[in-house]
Design a protein. Structure first.
Length: 421
């Protein structure tokens, strides 16, 4: 029986595995390394986060993004975005040097057994581990507006479903959303000859400003410090103090996690969108219908004005929403045993352990507990070290009497027990 099974091999899973290996834990890591970045983002996209805020985490801090870039003859500079392809290659390099082997098979089922967990792989192999860390990323949690869900996949997709946009060349596409995914997808579509428009609920698009220089007068730094989520003390708190964020009241945490750092485009994509992409603001999709090989979208403005437009395909760049019910690889008894936060995501304790003893969570699914940083690569560093320390504590507690005890669980205000009460 292994000490730890890591499910997922993106930035969070690889970082957790690196810290666990350094701690001497026996572990297995499952998943296609950097799959979201390699398979679900079109060529030509860039990281929105600064290069220095996009490091995966190893205990010695030696496997940083800037070190990988230097080895490729490229400088990772503040204020200059990194191509997604380079970041994905960096993650593979990190996996080779910081993780003791990654099994690319998918884990399809996790359920409890005496003393821990049993996991089943896609080809039927069964493994046992005392603890499990779920680092499944964002793909299980895609959010598509209700008005679009009845359409055939031929006519509607999520922005994360596309590793290549070439199929839309010379076609008519409507992108729903007003954030970075929507705007960068629209820019790439326009640049390849697609007739594209952006449809957003907001009355105006928001654009992030060019970041101030890394080195600047002390007074400016004190007024608005740099952080992994942008400048300003509020962003600094979210990015650099997730442990303190967790001490906020549960409803406050859930609200901040859902609304902080709202939809906005990066400064470097603005000049690619404004001259080339039609933008329809202040409109929401009421209904969508198949109209003889096209999609008819019925929209409403904030003033109640109804309009209709036709398009060949709709891409919903409408983000992700983590919830307990989307964790389909967990057996029903395990998933049902998860206490939930007000937003429906699983409750996690100070060490990222869920209400199911020995089951740890990482990434987007923990944002309501530890804040907006968990929506970004930057949160992997805090998560990896903290989670592995929690695993070691859980293992130590379990060896005292030969079993894995239940965590001492104090539900935060607003959390729901396993019966949803």
């Amino acid at each position: 029986m292994y000490d730890l099974l890591v499910v997922g091999a993106g930035p969070y899973g690889l970082s957790i595995a690196s810290h666990a290996a350094a701690a001497g834990l026996s572990l297995r890591v499952f998943g296609r390394p950097m799959a979201s970045w390699r398979d679900h983002m079109p060529r030509g996209m860039f990281l929105k986060s600064e290069p220095w805020a996009s490091n995966l985490s190893d205990p010695q801090g030696r496997l940083r993004l800037d070190m990988y870039c230097a080895g490729q003859g490229v400088r990772a500079r503040h204020g200059e975005p990194i191509p997604v392809e380079m970041f994905a290659s960096y993650g593979l390099w990190f996996a080779r040097h910081g993780v003791p082997g990654v099994d690319e098979r998918t884990v399809t089922r996790v359920h409890t057994v005496p003393g821990g967990f049993e996991a089943v792989t896609e080809d039927g192999e069964v493994l046992r581990a005392r603890t499990v860390a779920l680092a499944v990323g964002v793909l299980p949690f895609v959010k598509i507006p209700a008005a679009l869900r009845g359409l055939d996949p031929e006519y509607v997709s999520h922005s994360s479903h596309h590793g290549d946009l070439a199929r839309f060349r010379d076609r008519d596409v409507t992108v729903v959303g007003g954030g970075q995914a929507a705007l960068e997808t629209a820019a790439l579509l326009a640049e390849q000859g697609t007739r594209v428009r952006v449809l957003a609920r907001a009355d105006r698009l928001r654009w992030n400003e060019v970041p101030p220089p890394w080195e600047r007068p002390l007074r400016q730094s004190l007024r608005a410090p740099h952080s992994g989520l942008g400048c300003g003390w509020r962003n600094w708190f979210y990015a650099e103090r997730p442990g303190l964020f967790r001490r906020l009241p549960a409803p406050t945490r859930a609200r901040v996690a859902a609304t902080a750092l709202g939809p906005a485009g990066a400064w470097w994509v603005r000049d690619r969108v404004e001259p080339a992409v039609e933008v329809l603001l202040g409109r929401e999709v009421l209904a969508a219908h198949d109209a003889r090989g096209r999609v008819r979208l019925e929209t409403v403005s904030r003033a109640g004005e109804l309009t209709v437009l036709e398009t060949e395909h709709v891409i919903a760049a409408t983000g992700f929403r983590a919830s307990r019910e989307r964790l389909g690889l967990l057996a029903d008894d395990v998933r049902g045993g998860l206490v939930t936060m007000p937003d429906g995501s699983p409750y996690v304790g100070r060490d990222f352990e869920s209400s199911v003893p020995g089951l740890f969570m990482a990434g987007l699914v923990t944002a309501a507990g530890f804040g907006p940083a968990m929506r970004f690569v930057h949160g992997a560093s805090f998560t990896a070290g903290t989670l592995v320390r929690g695993v070691r504590r859980r293992l130590h507690a379990g060896t005292r009497d030969g079993r894995v005890p239940a965590p001492a669980l104090r539900l935060p205000d607003g959390a729901l027990d396993t019966a949803g009460r």
